[in-house]
Ligand binder design. Structure first.
Ligand code: SF4
Length: 416
């Protein structure tokens, strides 16, 4: 049986001999056993507090009403307990990146971040040179704190700049102004080499010229990674109830084009739908998501995906910070809101949802490595995507065409 399985594996992936039409000729009756090599593993830590809820934000974030005092001690105890309870799922595995996201993680004191990283070091023993990113918002940036964060081991900051234009920052309800953006970037640059800034476009009453100015400003400041997102109006947000006047679809598409063009002219590579990097400064952590790697999510509302014993498990923690803290510390597993095995039928869509976001796609062999499934499982869908000119015909890669990337949700839907 093993030999038979290996035969298909080798034929399909090692020799790269198939095309989507040829997939049909190799349709084994049985599914492959799980690949021996587990996916790379990242750690995500969610810090759920913000000073104020932004009107467009649908993340799991909470305004701390107790005089803006974060319950740091209880939070750290809960993180430690959450991680200890999760260890059996990831025992002995190598960590490739850590991401502290939010919320506004830089509301935590430098002491808290130091202790947080020490907990991770003690329990996970990560390699000393891995990427450790921390999200931070301008306006709550103190230079000393940033240096201390870096001394504790943070080596990449991701700053929620959004725009350098005061008018637009106000329209989207941000607490910071452009001066604070510049100051935050300067402080971050003194502390670490790798910096991402988030820039939003298609903002209320924004025109193309203003959008371009934001991008030019980011380039001028020597940023090495930019995430450019279109403002989207999500349910359960203030903007959803009271929508602002945003640029129409054509203008938004033009903004997207001009951003890409400007960044390309300045040597930035658009390597993912919203991500641009210069000099190879891609985000290791996010690449692992898009390549359908594993990640353990700790903290309120954190999501995780872990491969274990031939299955892929999805976890979601309790959303409410106080409830999560209380239950995580008790240690009986009730801090997990949902834990389920991703079914074989769901896996192809989940894989494609992520992988097709990458400009260069992924090597075809990754489908098996990450899902344990033969590509024959999705032969018809691959054919349909190729026929529609949404998926590239090169059998070595699963990669969207130019058109597929433009109409990505149509392409992803094919695998639903
Ligand atoms: S600062 Fe970020 S996480 Fe916090 S409410 Fe605003 S958009 Fe959401």
């Amino acid at each position: 049986m093993k030999k038979f399985k290996f035969f298909y594996y080798k034929k399909m992936y090692t020799n790269n001999i198939y095309t989507p039409i040829q997939f049909e000729n190799y349709s084994p009756k049985k599914q492959l056993s799980w690949p021996k090599e587990l996916p790379p593993l990242s750690i995500y830590i969610h810090v759920p507090w913000c000073i104020k809820k932004c009107p467009y934000c649908d993340f799991n974030t909470y305004v701390n009403k107790q005089n803006n005092k974060i319950p740091e001690r209880a939070y750290l105890d809960a993180i430690r307990s959450d991680l200890e309870q999760s260890l059996p799922l990831i025992w002995g595995r190598k960590i490739i990146s850590i991401f502290i996201g939010g919320g506004t993680p830089n509301l935590l004191s430098s002491y808290a971040i130091d202790e947080l990283l020490n907990i991770l070091r003690k329990l996970l023993n990560p390699p000393s040179d891995i990427e450790i990113t921390m999200e931070a918002n301008p306006g709550t940036v103190e230079s000393e704190r940033f240096e201390d964060y870096a001394k504790s081991g943070i080596n990449r900051f991701s700053l929620g700049i959004q725009s350098f234009n005061d008018k637009h920052l106000k329209k989207i309800g941000r607490l910071h102004n452009s001066d604070q953006c510049y100051s935050a970037i300067e402080i971050a640059q003194k502390s670490v080499d790798k910096i991402n800034i988030d820039i939003m476009f298609a903002l209320p009453e924004q025109n193309i010229k203003e959008c371009l100015l934001d991008i030019k400003q980011a380039i001028k400041l020597g940023i090495n990674h930019i995430s450019a997102y279109q403002l989207s109006i999500e349910p359960n947000t203030i903007f959803f109830k009271k929508p602002p006047k945003v640029p129409n679809n054509d203008s938004s598409a033009n903004m997207q084009d001009i951003i890409e063009m400007e960044l390309a002219q300045n040597s930035f590579e658009r390597y993912e739908v919203s991500s641009y990097a210069i000099n190879g400064n891609k985000s290791v952590h996010n690449m692992n998501y898009w390549q359908f790697g594993d990640y353990l999510g700790l903290g309120p509302g954190a999501h995780g995906k872990i491969s274990l014993n031939g299955k892929i498990i999805r976890q979601i923690r309790l959303h409410n910070p106080n409830l999560w803290i209380k239950n995580a510390i008790i240690g009986n597993g009730n801090h997990i809101l949902e834990e389920r095995i991703i079914s074989v039928n769901e896996l192809p869509f989940e894989f494609m949802l992520n992988a097709l976001r990458l400009k260069n796609g992924v090597e075809t062999s990754l489908f098996y490595k990450r899902t344990g499934l033969f590509l024959t499982k999705i032969t018809n869908k691959l054919r349909k995507a190729c026929k529609s000119n949404l998926l590239d015909n090169d059998p070595r890669y699963l990669k969207a065409t130019q058109m597929g990337w433009r109409y990505l949700s149509n392409l992803q839907e094919i695998f639903l």
